[in-house]
Ligand binder design. Structure first.
Ligand code: FAD
Length: 402
């Protein structure tokens, strides 16, 4: 007797094969769930927009292998305001800069090893609830449209928020930063100068309302970039010009440009937006896990997948009840911690305000007051948001009183 047609294309459709989507697909597939992972990219190495700097413990926590690590770093260099330079070095590596395209490949490969199906060149356009499931409208590479039916759909499309949308409350709006980065091939002397640390450029004469960076990569390459928060109330100069000026000031103007990329990072500060609408769930940057202070979100995106996965597995096991998912926003907030919110406030205040000499002077006082000599403490400050390492003098600034 012919069997009944399978009503669903998959149990869970994951839209977006970035860190959050691919990690979720892996965990679900490992638990035996039929997962379809789609991405609008035709190749996962394309558009590797992220600088992908991480602290070392994130590599351990998420089992990130050596093959995706482009360089390790063991110190911090803060340049600015003006030409002021501060350097902190550790004996041991403190973190890594990843090849973001290779990370995407590896994560999606892990999901496939456990049985998830990956389809590239598929763009999700919209969705609607369909009885006990969801219908997602997608476009394939040749422009044709089709419907994908699933029990659940996860929007892991990053800051695009392709399905979950941009609805944020006026009291807690989306704050957006735009970044441009070039991959440069440099000589051994320049590699030696920039190769061991993460260098940041702070102050309005470097990048107004943002910051610049030079990060090491493998094979004599550097990632040089600028990022700036969007401020509709001010005319902002073209980012590419600011990047060119940074490259020239760093003495890197003659280096060969191997790749140009960039992207947007967008989060609310208090993260009160909806994380789920019916059978659609947001994940990673699509629900504001990216942190605006250092423009950093890979480990938070991966962590969001680990928070959601057990809740979604429970919901799949009990189709009549999805109450486990009610806990998702609060568990994710707990995972990110209260310091995450404080650092978002600090980012908005510091970067948006950094537009003139007065703001530079305030930043200079803050940096001068940095009560640490250890690179490890700076990592705790910038990656764990341990602002008390600034000392009590900084508290009024952090809370917005000065
Ligand atoms: C310039 C820049 C520098 C950064 N540097 C760092 C850094 O140094 N360290 C760090 O930790 N973080 C950094 N980040 C942030 C970090 O890259 C993100 O927080 C992280 O990639 C978020 O992961 P995600 O899986 O949530 O989303 P994403 O990585 O954005 O993945 C989303 C995926 O969804 C796909 N997609 C989008 N729309 C659709 C659609 N409609 N249909 C199908 N697929 C779709 C995209 O192609 C993409 O592959 C940086 C970001 C920028 C912009």
């Amino acid at each position: 007797m012919p069997s009944e047609p399978e009503p669903y294309d998959c149990e869970v459709l994951v839209v977006g094969s970035g860190p959050s989507g691919a990690e979720l697909a892996r965990i679900l597939a490992q638990a035996g769930v039929d997962v379809l992972l789609v991405d609008r990219l035709k190749q996962l190495g394309q558009a590797a927009f992220s600088s992908a700097a991480l602290p070392l413990e994130a590599l351990d926590r998420f089992g990130i292998p050596a093959q995706v690590v482009a360089a390790r770093w063991s110190g911090w260099q803060l340049v600015g305001p003006g030409e002021q330079r501060r350097l902190w070095s550790a004996e041991q590596p403190l973190g890594a800069v990843l090849d973001f395209g290779a990370l995407r490949h590896w994560l999606a490969g892990q999901a496939q090893v456990w049985g998830a199906r990956l389809q590239l060149g598929i763009t999700a356009l919209g969705w609607h609830q369909d009885g006990a499931g969801v219908c997602t409208v997608v476009r394939n590479g040749s422009g044709g449209r089709r419907l994908l039916r699933s029990r659940w759909v996860v929007d892991a499309s990053g800051e695009c928020r392709a399905l979950i949308g941009e609805a944020a409350s006026p009291a807690d709006p989306l704050v957006a930063g735009l970044g441009v980065e070039w991959l440069l091939q440099v000589d051994t002397e320049q590699q030696r100068l920039w190769g061991d640390q993460l260098s940041f450029f702070l102050g309005s004469d470097w990048v107004r309302q943002g910051y610049g960076w030079v990060f090491p990569m493998s094979h004599g390459q550097l990632k040089v970039g600028v990022c700036r928060l969007a401020d509709p109330s001010k005319a902002q100069p073209a980012l590419a010009l600011q990047l060119r000026a940074l490259i020239d000031r760093c003495g890197l103007g003659r280096a060969e440009v191997l790749d140009r990329h960039g992207g947007r990072i967008r989060s609310t500060v208090r993260r009160r937006e909806q994380h789920r609408v019916g059978r659609l769930i947001g994940l990673g940057d699509a629900v504001s896990t990216a942190n605006l202070l250092g423009g950093e979100g890979i480990r938070h995106a991966l962590a969001s997948a680990r928070v959601l996965a057990p809740l979604l597995l429970q919901a799949l096991a009990k189709p009549a009840s999805s109450s486990s998912l009610d806990l998702y926003p609060s568990l994710l907030r707990r995972e990110l911690g209260w310091r995450w919110i404080l650092s978002g406030r600090l980012a908005r205040r510091t970067w948006l305000g950094l537009s003139d000499a007065r703001a530079d002077a305030r930043l200079e006082r803050l940096l001068a007051g940095l009560q640490t000599r250890r690179a490890e403490d700076l990592s705790a400050l910038l990656f764990d948001y341990r602002f008390e390492r600034y000392g009590l003098k900084a508290l009024p600034y952090l809370w917005g009183w000065s």
